[in-house]
Design a protein around this ligand. Structure first.
Ligand code: ADP
Length: 641
């Protein structure tokens, strides 16, 4: 298989390949998009985490400022719960974030006053609490406890809390506080999260001695923005790929079919061309105007012009004989009008070399694939050779008939002369007798004597005329030349073949090989054979034709010094008639018969020192035979002697 064929065969893969490239491109694009989106989400997360941290820090700083203000307001006062509780800053703090405010002695760490009471302050004690401190002059310390959960709740804006799980975690990764009710920590890395250290402002309560050295603020994205394009892209790709696979398969099938059809078409065209070119019949297709649309090779050979010169030509055609243009044009008009004879017509064409070609043309409608007639298709057979043979045969038959007529006329004249000679001689004798008698009686009548003399002269003249005619007609002496009897018989059979075929008669010829030559006149012997076979064929007309019903067997064999030729038929036979009767002049049982045929045959054979005979055949038909002496020296002498 060549590279080109391979390419053509795998062409259907191209759309599939391109589609796969396209899908890969789309997936890569989606991937890149997702990465970008994640990066954006991460950056937003970081900035949100940082801003949350800043806000929380601000909040704590604010609370620290409030506490400092409270401490300044309590400076110099006697520490008491009442004084503490009465301070508006304390109440405001408790409303905001504070769990409890404790006034400690800075030296002994003893609680001097506390708001609210211990039990109440335990509301948020379940988690870790953080604290803020401020000095109160002269030697006290104010400690504010606050719940980190509340700090987160108050300090984280609602929109951030909705978006993220905000958690405070310690160094051991324990959740200290969370914005959600049940902080289920997601496995690390499952959801995007970000942690910011928040150590500075956070201090565990000095009472619990807990430290929060490494506390951190962790923001976890609540619903990581699952990219919407990703599943959609997958669905589209998943749907697209089978579709394109099916489409490719269909394309492949279609291409295979087209290729097969193409191959079949090419093969068929090659076949058709080969058949058309090797056909002995010339083909031409013409449209309704007579323009040549197609010619095959035989047509080109027939007119001696190449197809390129012929196709597209309009009448008059170059192969029309120039001396009969008007007649041919008229016939062409008739043919194009659809009135060409169905059984074909004969035409006379001129080959480019100038020689004339006899053709037989059959016209039939030229029909296109849709069944519409688009012109005429002509099948042309070259019949030049056939016509020549027919001509020759006709001439031969004519010559033969002419010869036969002459021979017959000679025979008739000879018979007539023979038959008339006697009466004429009798007339002359009687004339002479009467003249003698009148002389004896002394009759001197010049008139009567003159008339009788002229009668005698006229009778003699008539006799001479008949003899001359006979001599003239039979002047042609048989030419005794050595000839091959088989050749003579074969030539005669050849001439009769067509006639026998037409009359449904089967001719069987079996000639003995190696028969020596005979001394004979080939033309006359040929006539004998023709006559015998014709008679047999005539007799066979009484039998039904077909299936071997009419048979003539011509055979030859050597018998002693003679060669014998038999002509046997399976007709009605001789019915008791003998050869003398059949060979008598003017004997015929046929309506149009002259009855001279067998008589002539007999005299010809006898002139050759031969014998003609007739008998009943074993199969019921007639058997006519003649024998001729072989041309040995002794016989040659006999022939001439
Ligand atoms: P014609 O053919 O003019 O009749 P022929 O002398 O050739 O004259 O034949 C004389 C007759 O001999 C025929 O009319 C026919 O009756 C008879 N005859 C000749 N050949 C055959 C034959 N093969 N079978 C039967 N009869 C024959």
């Amino acid at each position: 298989m060549t590279l080109r064929e391979l390419l053509t065969r795998s062409l259907w893969l191209a759309p599939l390949g391109l589609s796969l490239v396209f899908v890969a491109g789309v997936l890569a694009w989606v991937r890149a998009n997702e990465a970008e989106e994640q990066e954006l989400q991460r950056q937003t997360l970081i900035s949100d985490a940082l801003s949350t941290e800043a806000q929380l820090r601000d909040r704590i700083d604010e609370e620290q400022a409030h506490l400092r203000q409270l401490a300044a307001g309590l400076a110099g006062q006697v520490p008491s719960t009442a004084a503490l509780a009465a301070h508006p800053e304390v109440n405001a703090g408790l409303r905001r974030l504070w769990l409890a405010v404790t006034w400690l002695d800075s030296r002994s760490n003893r609680v001097l006053a506390e708001v609210p009471a211990e039990s109440e302050a335990n509301r948020y004690e379940d988690g870790l609490s953080l604290h803020l401190t401020a000095r109160v002059a002269p030697d006290g310390v104010l400690v504010v406890r606050y719940a980190p959960a509340l700090l987160l709740k108050r300090g984280v804006p609602w929109w951030l809390a909705r978006k993220y799980d905000v958690q405070l975690v310690d160094s051991a990764d324990q959740v200290i506080a969370s914005t959600t009710e049940s902080p289920l920590r997601a496995a690390l890395g499952e959801k995007p999260s970000y942690r910011v250290a928040l150590t500075g402002p956070l201090r565990a309560s000095p009472l619990t001695q807990a430290t929060l050295t490494d506390a951190a603020l962790e923001l976890t994205v609540r619903d990581p923005a699952v990219s919407g394009t990703r599943p959609l892209a997958w669905v589209l790709v998943a749907g697209f790929l089978p579709l394109i696979a099916v489409a490719s398969w269909l394309l492949r099938r279609q291409m295979r079919q087209v290729q097969r059809a193409e191959v079949a078409g090419r093969t068929e065209a090659a076949w058709r061309r080969a058949m058309e070119d090797s056909a002995l019949v010339a083909l031409r297709a013409r449209d309704f105007d007579g323009r040549l649309l197609y010619v095959n090779r035989t047509f080109c050979d027939m007119v001696g012009l190449p197809a390129e010169q012929l196709v597209g030509l309009l009448p008059p055609m170059p192969y029309w004989p120039p001396d009969a243009l008007a007649e041919v044009a008229e016939r062409n008009r008739r043919n194009l009008a659809g009135q060409a004879p169905r059984e074909g017509y004969e035409a006379h064409w001129r080959h480019a070399s100038g020689r004339m070609v006899d053709v037989m043309v059959f016209e039939s409608p030229l029909v296109d694939a849709g069944g519409r007639q688009i012109g005429w298709m002509g099948s042309i057979i070259d019949i030049t050779e056939r016509k020549r043979l027919e001509d020759r045969e006709r001439r031969q038959v004519e010559t033969l008939a002419h010869n036969a007529r002459l021979t017959m006329l000679g025979e008739v004249a000879s018979t007539l002369a023979h038959e008339l000679n006697q009466p004429l001689t009798a007339i002359a004798s009687y004339g002479a007798g009467i003249t003698n008698s009148l002389a004896k009686l002394g009759v001197q009548d010049e008139l009567v004597l003159g008339a009788l003399q002229r009668l005698g002269q006229q009778a003699a003249h008539a006799g001479r005329i008949v003899a001359r005619i006979r001599e003239f007609l039979t002047r042609r002496e048989p030419r005794h030349e050595p000839c091959d009897l088989h050749e003579v018989v074969t030539a005669a059979i050849e001439l009769l073949k067509r006639d026998c075929q037409r009359r449904g008669v089967t001719l069987d010829v079996s000639l003995a090989p190696g028969v020596p030559a005979v001394l004979a006149d080939a033309v006359l012997i040929e006539q004998v054979v023709i006559n015998l076979v014709r008679n047999a064929a005539d007799a066979l007309q009484a039998r039904p034709a077909g299936n071997g019903g009419r048979r003539i067997a011509v055979s030859s064999r050597v018998v002693g010094d003679f060669v014998r030729v038999d002509v046997q038929d399976n007709g009605p036979g001789l019915q008791g008639r003998r050869v003398e009767q059949l060979c008598a002049a003017f004997y015929s049982t046929k309506a149009d018969g002259m009855g001279m045929g067998l008589a002539i045959c007999r005299s010809i054979i006898e002139a050759h020192q031969g014998v003609l005979d007739a008998s009943e055949a074993a199969n019921g038909g007639a058997l006519f035979s003649f024998s001729l002496p072989l041309s040995r020296e002794t016989h040659t002498e006999t022939v001439h002697g």
